[in-house]
Ligand binder design. Structure first.
Ligand SMILES: *Cc1c(COP(=O)(O)O)cnc(C)c1O
Length: 235
């Protein structure tokens, strides 16, 4: 018998797992919106698809998910141009650290870049956005826990940096993003991000992951970045 490249039955079963988990996450988000007096549909679910291939991602696109997050430019380049061509209207967000030699590629591929955290990157993005005539929406990443291994600008420097993005680099900043330390209560970090956003005059807050997105919504998240709760544990 001729071997098929994919077993359609098994593919369907695997796909239905993702879709069921995605629906459960959406239901929790909608419940948290109601519980915290937020308008229905106010919070954007960013499905974090890093390490997962196009065949794993496709079922939840078909089910209706439109916004996705990836943390590496190169990995995203390998799978998203095809998916974007296949499904017009997808929004792709960069949520991982950005090196300045990848700024051109990031501007070309992503619709939102959430990890602007220093002047060198801001300058490089501004240059590429002009050159390519593309305007991805931008967030500043804040290292709320001051963790040395983590990207992001220090909380005390955040308001001035957002201001420099506007005045020196000519960039409009849509919001702030943070990843609280894994071993701490995230609430105070979310509260700090919200306070900084208010001081900096930006409206959007990207905060909350699989383990804490409901807490993040309580503290005012406008988008949550959820990976493993949808796609299962990463290998
Ligand atoms: C991987 C990742 C996520 C998703 O994490 P999960 O715990 O799998 O939901 C969110 N944000 C960033 C920046 C990530 O790198």
């Amino acid at each position: 018998m001729k071997a098929l490249p994919l077993d359609p039955v098994r593919l369907d079963e695997a796909g239905s797992d993702q879709v069921a988990r995605w629906q459960a996450v959406l239901a929790s988000i909608r419940a948290a919106e109601t519980g915290h007096a937020r308008a229905a549909g106010d919070i954007v679910l960013v499905a974090v698809s890093k390490t997962h291939d196009a065949d794993t991602i496709r079922p939840i696109i078909i089910a209706g998910q439109r916004v996705f997050g990836e943390n590496r430019v190169q990995e995203a380049q390998a799978k998203w141009p095809t998916l974007k061509a296949e499904f017009p209207g997808l929004e792709l967000r960069l949520i991982g650290p950005l090196q300045s030699n990848k700024a051109a590629d990031a501007v070309a591929l992503f619709d939102v870049i959430e990890t602007v955290d220093r002047d060198k990157i801001a300058a490089e993005l501004a240059k590429e956005m002009q050159r390519q005539r593309r305007t991805p929406r931008l967030y500043v990443q804040v290292n709320t826990g001051l963790e040395p291994q983590k990207a992001g600008i220090a909380p005390v420097d955040t308001v001035a940096f957002v201001e420099r993005c506007r005045t020196v680099h000519g960039l409009s900043i849509e919001g702030l993003m943070c990843i609280p330390p894994a071993d701490e209560n995230p609430g105070p970090h979310f509260a700090l991000l919200r306070k900084l956003a208010r001081e900096a005059g930006v409206g959007k807050l990207s905060m909350g992951m699989s383990g804490d997105f409901e807490t993040a919504i309580q503290f005012g998240a406008t988008s949550v970045r959820v990976g493993s709760a949808i796609f299962g544990a990463r290998g």
